[in-house]
Write a protein that binds this ligand. Structure first.
Ligand SMILES: Nc1ncnc2c1ncn2[C@@H]1O[C@H](COP(=O)(O)OP(=O)(O)OP(=O)(O)O)[C@@H](O)[C@H]1O
Ligand SMILES: [Mg+2]
Length: 227
């Protein structure tokens, strides 16, 4: 069964009395455990599409089905629960909580995950292990403002992995990283896809990352074109 189905998804925004069409008639199916890379020029709608597929935002028309659930058939609370249970998201702008340290940020999805009953010390150990895997063992107690852009990005990745999501969406996850750190993140994503069998949908400009994908799809001016 397809993990993600987008059926004629369109997104418009009001623009000076007119409508700006940001995505038009997107049809897309992503099978469970697939690794899909989305590429395309700036402003082509990549971030918007990722947000719609993850249920963070709603299409103007058309439908998105995630793991068999039509997202428009459930209310926002149910969508939030579905995300907490199944979805990891790495934002282009990281979106770390500024009042929490790195390790506390990574713990957030563990604490929100439905049915999570592990003792506190175990959650702490898991969060620290994830930080170590993105090379930030020595930054666990730093607040986001004390971290560089690339470090914040890696905390954001560790947070997205924390509850072992069924589907991981990541918006340019290696965009701010130097080659070596980026390669580490690519390796982590590959492991997640192969070992944890996570479905991956990534926006990327990174040819090394796109090369690992089972499929590359290309957006141009809000429309899907063959890559
Ligand atoms: N809330 C909004 N209101 C109006 N227009 C928006 C809104 N969000 C996005 N857009 C427009 O939608 C288009 C697509 O934006 P999006 O962020 O999806 O592009 P992108 O492909 O991710 O670009 P980039 O590579 O620069 O991140 C842009 O023209 C943007 O200005
Ligand atoms: Mg974007």
């Amino acid at each position: 069964m397809a993990m993600i189905v987008a059926d004629r998804v369109t997104k418009t925004y009001p623009s000076g009395g007119d409508l700006l069409t940001v995505l038009e008639d997107i049809d897309l199916e992503v099978e469970a455990r697939d690794f899909v890379a989305i590429v395309g020029p700036s402003g082509s709608g990549k971030t918007t599409l990722l947000g719609l597929l993850a249920g963070l935002d709603r299409p103007s028309s058309g439908t998105v089905t995630l793991d068999g659930v039509r997202l428009d058939s459930i209310d926002e609370d149910a969508r939030a629960r579905l995300r907490a249970e199944k979805v990891g998201f790495v934002f282009q702008t990281f979106q770390l909580l500024p009042t929490l340290t790195a390790v506390e940020n990574v713990r957030v999805p563990l604490e929100l995950a439905p049915g999570e009953t592990a003792p506190d010390a175990e959650l702490e150990a898991r969060a620290n292990d994830l930080l170590a895997r993105v090379g930030l063992a020595d930054r666990a107690d730093h607040y986001p403002v004390q971290l560089s852009g690339g470090e914040q990005q890696r905390v954001s990745l560790a947070r997205a992995f924390a509850h072992e999501p069924t589907v991981l969406f990541a918006d340019e996850p290696t965009g701010n990283l130097d080659r070596q750190t980026g390669a580490g993140v690519v390796e982590l994503l590959r492991e997640l896809n192969e070992e944890a069998r996570t479905t991956l949908v990534l926006v990327t400009h990174d040819p090394e990352l796109a090369a690992l994908a089972d499929r590359v799809i290309r957006l141009e001016s809000g429309r899907l074109v063959r890559a």
